[in-house]
Structure formats: structure tokens, C-alpha cells
Design a protein around this ligand. Structure first.
Ligand code: AMP
Ligand code: P6P
Length: 339
């Protein structure tokens, strides 16, 4: 007899089932996660037709990173703000595209206990060339007194205190991959029903992988210990895969294994990627999948103190054995007295 097809579990169903495992829950986090899922579907629709509709091209403004903002970045930013503001489930937002935090008024006087940080469209330089891009999000429980407007301190938290984090990858298929601290699950958008469906349950990163991922073009700008480590990767016949879109590079690393690095350079001594809405959420996902995420200073990303909203951080993330190898190599390379 033909085996019946596995039952479809939608993102909404999975979120609600997970909520039931927390008896004291009010449904706020579930509401946030579901709203992020809806925003992702709307952004996906525009990303997929970007080549057809004139929303490509530089609109001239610049974001906090000094990068030229493409119209699709603005569109994605507006959708994330719209859905999160209307959710009534968060008291504040922070985005790569906004200079400061954005307090969110409660609905019907209700004030939520969460703040959300996001990079609405990471990898935007790849939009025009049809390369995978993504949305990254991180959720914290507020620290400031509830019923008052959120404060910057609610956002400047260590990654270990994230309640949830994840990303959407707009690629050959569109997926949401997220964690709330109980492992990592992946949901693939089925356009025929307009639902994200559980496609990758309890994702675990391989202990090792076939490649390393770094912008080789900056080789001469890296510290010597990083240059020697990259030479060692080549000596080990590791492949080099670098898409230049963090979501895509980390997604490949999560599924195939490997190691992703964005070290400091002379241009960006602290690295280019942002701690709060790129490194921390990706580190949470990688660690929950059994991987590791450290700085090139060999500190755990999620223990780094955040002192500024758009603070940059170096990152080395991926397969546990490969990150450990890198740390051992770099430690051995540094003179004993070096910090
Ligand atoms: P809530 O009051 O609904 O925001 O839930 C309180 C806490 O329960 C959250 O901060 C999570 O730690 C956990 N929780 C609630 N809903 C979920 C969910 N859908 N998935 C995972 N954890 C959840
Ligand atoms: P580079 C994209 O602009 C981004 O913010 C990340 O998605 C990506 O990992 C990184 O920058 C690529 O930077 O300097 O290698 O082009």
C-alpha cells in the first residue's frame, strides 16, 4: 500500500504547539513569530518580482553602515516595521536602516515585554544580481519597566539573553530558520498554499565541512594570524565558498558544515558585521544547531557586551570542530603574552 505523504506542519501550527509547552505563556512571543512570518511572505513576494518591477536600483539614501540603500531594503524595512508595530506584541524595534531605536505604542493600552532587532534585507548588494539575500531577527525581553516607553538598554543586551532569533533566506526557495533556545527548525515556503511548512526539523550542523568562507579579496588586510589560518585552510584542500551575503553563507555552513569568517580589516578593524542584528542572531542559531560562534579575539559572540546599537563585531562561526581548530591555531600563533 502506498505510504501516505508526511503531514504538513505549518509554521503557525509549530509556533502554537511550541507555545503549549510553556504553560505560563500569554501568546505574545507566538504572535511576534507569526507576524515575522507574514512580513517574510510579503517581502518574499517583492524580492521575487524585483527584477520585473522597478524597485531595484539605488534610491540614493545611505544606511547606518554607510551602504547605499536599495529600494528593496527600504521596502523590507517598512514591512517589518508595519507588521511588528501592528502586532501589539513588541514595545520597540531597532533596524540596520534606522539610526535609533523605535518605541512602539501598545495597542489598547497593552504594553509588550519584547523588543525586536532586525536587518530587514541583509546582502542587499546582491539584489541586482539575483543572489540569495535574507532578513535576520533577534528578540529580547525588555529590561526597562513595562508600561513605559522602551529604552536603549532594552536593546543593548548580550546574545545569551535572546529569547528567539532567526533568519529568512530568499533563495532558490524561501525558508525561515529560527530558534527559541530549544534547537533549530527550518520552514520552506510553499507558494501554492502560501504557507511556511516544516521542512528541516531539529537542524544539526556537521562537526566538520568541506569549505571555509571568507572574503579572500581582503586577505592582505587581515591580521597575520588570520592570514596564516586561511593559508592552512588552503593547505587542507578546503574549498572556498563566499557569497557575500551573510544569511546565504551561514545557511550553507549550517547545512553542509564549514566555517564562516568576517575578520577585522584595516577598513573595519572591528569587522563589518553588526553584533546586535547580524552576529548575535546568527550565533544563537549556529550554537543551537551544535556549532560555535566566536570573535577573532576568541570570545563567544553571545557573551559580548553591546555598548552601541550599530556596534560592529568580528565573527568566526560554523562547525564546532573547525571553529575549535581555528581557535587552537590562532591561540598557538599568538605569543604567550599577547591578549
Ligand atoms: P509569552 O508570555 O507567550 O511571550 O511566553 C513566555 C515565554 O514562554 C517566552 O519568553 C518563551 O520563553 C516561551 N514561549 C512562549 N511561546 C513560545 C513559542 N511559541 N515558542 C517557543 N517558546 C515560547
Ligand atoms: P564584503 C552584505 O552587504 C553584508 O552585510 C553581509 O551580508 C555579508 O556577509 C557582508 O556584508 C559581505 O561583506 O565586505 O565581503 O562584501
Amino acid at each position: 500500500m502506498k505510504e501516505s505523504a508526511p503531514r504538513i506542519i505549518t509554521l503557525d501550527e509549530f509556533i502554537l504547539r511550541s507555545e503549549k509547552a510553556h504553560s505560563a505563556s500569554t501568546g505574545e512571543l507566538s504572535g511576534l513569530l507569526r507576524d515575522i512570518g507574514v512580513a517574510a511572505k510579503i517581502i518574499n513576494r517583492e524580492v521575487n518580482k524585483a527584477g520585473l518591477v522597478n524597485i531595484l536600483g539605488i534610491d540614493g539614501s545611505e544606511n547606518q553602515s554607510g551602504d547605499q540603500v536599495q529600494k528593496l531594503d527600504l521596502y523590507a524595512n517598512d514591512r517589518m516595521i508595519e507588521f511588528l508595530q501592528n502586532s501589539g506584541e513588541c514595545c520597540g524595534l531597532a533596524s540596520e536602516e534606522l539610526p535609533d531605536i523605535l518605541p512602539v505604542k501598545g495597542i489598547d493600552g497593552k504594553s509588550s515585554k519584547y523588543v525586536v532587532l532586525f536587518d530587514p534585507l541583509d546582502g542587499s548588494s546582491n539584489i541586482d544580481v539575483n543572489v540569495s539575500i535574507g532578513t535576520i531577527f533577534s528578540i529580547f525581553r525588555r529590561r526597562s519597566p513595562i508600561h513605559a516607553p522602551c529604552q536603549l538598554e532594552d536593546f543593548l543586551q548580550r546574545g545569551v539573553d535572546q529569547v528567539a532569533a532567526g533568519y529568512v533566506i530568499y533563495g532558490t526557495s524561501t525558508m525561515i530558520v529560527y530558534t527559541t533556545g530549544q534547537g533549530v527548525n527550518g520552514f520552506t515556503l510553499d507558494p501554492s498554499i502560501g504557507e511556511f511548512c516544516l521542512s528541516h526539523r531539529d537542524i544539526k550542523i556537521p562537526a566538520r565541512g568541506p569549505c571555509y568562507s571568507v572574503n579572500q579579496g581582503y586577505f592582505r588586510m587581515f591580521d597575520e594570524e588570520i592570514r596564516r589560518y586561511i593559508d592552512r585552510c588552503a593547505d587542507q584542500q578546503l574549498g572556498l565558498r563566499y557569497i557575500g551575503s551573510m544569511v546565504a553563507d551561514i545557511h550553507r555552513t549550517l547545512f553542509q558544515g564549514g566555517i564562516f569568517l568576517y575578520p577585522g580589516t584595516q577598513k573595519h578593524p572591528q569587522g563589518k558585521l553588526r553584533l546586535l542584528y547580524e552576529c548575535n542572531p546568527m550565533a544563537f542559531v549556529v550554537e543551537q544547531a551544535g556549532g560555535r560562534a566566536i570573535t577573532t579575539g576568541l570570545e563567544r559572540i553571545m557573551e559580548r557586551e553591546a555598548t552601541a546599537l550599530h556596534q560592529r563585531e568580528t565573527i568566526v562561526a560554523g562547525s564546532p570542530d573547525m571553529v575549535e581548530d581555528m581557535a587552537t591555531f590562532v591561540r598557538g600563533f599568538r605569543p604567550a603574552h599577547a591578549s
